[in-house]
Design a protein around this ligand. Structure first.
Ligand SMILES: [Zn+2]
Length: 252
């Protein structure tokens, strides 16, 4: 079993039915959260995942709409008596700040805290994060307002691949990382500094020759606008859909 569950699909201005963008990859052996916002425990529970079972946490960049839930996740794991390790992956920029933030909460004084390993990643293309029996994870730097990574998962049994752009302007790094993937999840906040429109996401999907494009991190609720799928289709002939909260993609 290897499935991705979208826990949130909205840009930074989340709405009642659309949480900030974050997701979880559920395997037999590893459960990997990709970003962690607000109180992630309830969303995980709704997705059928016990938050205590999360083994790995990848932080794409240090903006509140991607990392605001980390202190509470760690605190609640501690309160529930977790003893096993969690590994947190991210760029130096991201993890230095996350450690400082936890220091502001004086977490060193919380007795018997479980082990947390910070795995710092270089800002180089196609950096391996880790590999398990089911999949391999790699990251590449992208072009956002602060240092940010995109991710790719290669699934061994199915030979499928999933790429996620995270927050970025259209860039060759995402094209190269997503090349030939079965699924590309690309942000569609709108064309602005450090972000992409749905139309630009379509261009990236076409250049990377992926089989399916999901748009994510788009304006939701009262800020929803335009027909994002139609915009992406102007440039991309493959299947296009919106990633919505609790959408589940199977890569088994
Ligand atoms: Zn964001």
């Amino acid at each position: 079993m290897a499935k991705l569950v979208i826990l949130g699909s909205s840009n930074a201005l989340s709405s009642k039915d659309s949480e900030n963008t974050h997701m979880v990859l559920v395997g037999e052996e590893r459960i990997v959260m990709i970003d962690c916002v607000n109180n992630p425990i309830h969303r995980l529970e709704q997705a059928g995942v016990d938050f205590l079972d999360v083994t790995d946490l990848v932080l794409t960049h240090f903006h509140p709409d991607h990392v605001s839930g980390v202190p509470l996740l760690l605190m609640d794991m501690w309160l529930r008596g977790r003893t096993k390790l969690i590994t947190i992956y991210g760029l130096h920029y991201t993890l230095d700040r996350m450690e400082k933030l936890m220091g502001m909460y004086s977490w060193e004084s919380w007795p018997k805290f479980f082990p947390v390993a910070f795995h710092r990643l270089p800002e180089t293309e196609k950096t391996p994060l880790f590999e398990c029996s089911e999949f391999k994870v790699i990251s590449s730097p992208v072009r956002h307002l602060i240092p940010t990574i995109a991710l790719r998962f290669n699934f061994k049994a199915s030979q499928k691949a999933l790429a996620y752009s995270c927050d970025t302007e259209p860039c060759v790094e995402v094209v190269r990382l997503a090349e030939g993937a079965d699924v590309l999840i690309h942000e569609a906040s709108g064309a602005s500094l450090g972000h992409s429109s749905a139309s630009q996401a379509g261009q990236v999907a076409a250049q990377a020759e992926v089989s399916k494009l999901y748009l994510i991190h788009y304006p939701t609720g009262e800020f929803a606008n335009g027909n994002l799928i139609a915009e992406a289709r102007q440039h991309y002939q493959g299947e296009v859909d919106l990633a919505t909260d609790f959408l589940t993609l199977d890569f088994s």
